[in-house]
Design a protein around this ligand. Structure first.
Ligand code: SAM
Length: 330
């Protein structure tokens, strides 16, 4: 597998003093998360917190992502998508396949199984091969949910990608639904285009096949520099990530669809402001509050360096929120 970005984790990046390493669970262990751990994973209620801390610290040792430090793996992003109950679950139940790309510890797939989806056409992929074992350890379903995880690097060079797990095990044009939650916003614009093009390649040729998910969004699109410890490549080049507005996100997919010759229906991309997210009723499992409260530093750690970068649109603090999107093949 290709190496993580352009080098190893920078020195000190695994320190637990980074603000995105939450020492204790607060709002993250929602009613829904507890229910899944108790009823799906059969973990005794009194053991749940220690179980979560233990797996989280192992995952932190793999890579110190905010999604690990902030326990996002207890938040079911896919189930919050407007199409989850009306389209995703019914299609899974009738036999469609689904790939969760950038799955981390695989909470969204477990939620699908818990909600009635057959496990045999659900797949997960992530850069880190270690997440396969760790997700089995977290969800305790090694026997009931076997062989669904394929480690792969969506940014590897073309030859490597063509020979990699995603293309060899799932194959081009085969997957009916591809979920990308909190994923594309990890990358700069050029790399997002590369990933989007590869996603369209994996997507089934059947009309109605869909890419859906959510990610951090802004009102004014911006290529944003990252903060330490992931702000520079080993060669000292600055790293950036691209934050989309609904318009720039839609345009990117339209451009990628045209270039790849994939016909797409008009893309739906909705912006939900952070205040709306944070104003959700207490106890409601939005799964969003913890993610939205954190400062920019931790939100997206870094992207691969790109040679050409779109112009920075704004330097002021962008208005942040969440983009929910669906891209459907016509
Ligand atoms: C912010 S986390 C989101 C995890 C999960 N989808 C969620 O919603 O909680 C992003 C995930 O993308 C994975 N990732 C980062 N770069 C990747 C790459 N080049 N190829 C595949 N996965 C990658 C990370 O390892 C991480 O698990």
């Amino acid at each position: 597998m290709a190496k993580m970005l352009d080098g190893p984790v920078p020195n000190g990046a695994r320190s637990v003093s980074w603000p995105w390493y939450h020492h204790t669970l607060t709002t993250e262990l929602t009613v829904d998360a507890r229910k899944l751990l108790e009823q799906y994973s059969k973990i005794p209620p009194e053991d749940i917190e220690s179980h979560i801390y233990r797996i989280r610290d192992k995952a932190w040792g793999v890579f110190p992502w905010p999604c690990v430090g902030e326990f996002w793996f207890l938040s079911f992003g896919l189930a919050k998508h407007p199409l989850y109950h009306t389209m995703v679950l019914p299609r899974l139940i009738s036999g469609d396949s689904l790939l969760d790309l950038g799955a981390c510890l695989g909470q969204d797939l477990r939620k699908c199984v818990f909600d009635g989806a057959p496990p045999d056409r659900l797949y997960a992929s992530d850069l880190f091969v270690e997440y396969e074992d760790l997700s089995y350890e977290l969800w305790r379903d090694r026997e009931s949910f076997p062989n669904h995880f394929f480690a792969d690097d969506v940014l590897s060079d073309n030859d490597t990608f063509m020979q990699g797990n995603l293309m060899m095990k799932l194959g081009p044009g085969q997957t009916d639904m591809i979920v990308i939650n909190m994923f594309l916003h990890l990358f700069d614009y050029c790399n997002q285009m590369k990933v989007v093009t590869r996603i369209l390649r994996l997507l089934s040729h059947k009309p109605g096949s869909i890419v859906l998910g959510s990610q951090a969004g802004v009102v004014e699109p911006i290529e944003q520099p990252l903060k330490p410890p992931f702000d520079k490549t080993q060669d000292g080049e600055k790293r950036t990530i691209f934050r989309h507005s609904p318009e720039s996100f839609t345009r990117m997919w339209e451009d990628a669809g045209k270039a790849a010759g994939v016909p797409l229906r008009p893309i739906v991309c909705e912006f939900q402001k952070s205040e709306v997210i944070e104003a959700s009723a207490p106890g409601m499992d939005t799964g969003l509050a913890a993610e939205e409260k954190k400062p920019f530093t931790a939100d997206d750690l870094f992207s691969r360096a790109s040679t050409t970068r779109p112009k920075v649109v704004s330097q002021s603090g962008p208005e942040t929120g969440r983009l929910y999107f669906s891209v459907i093949r016509s």
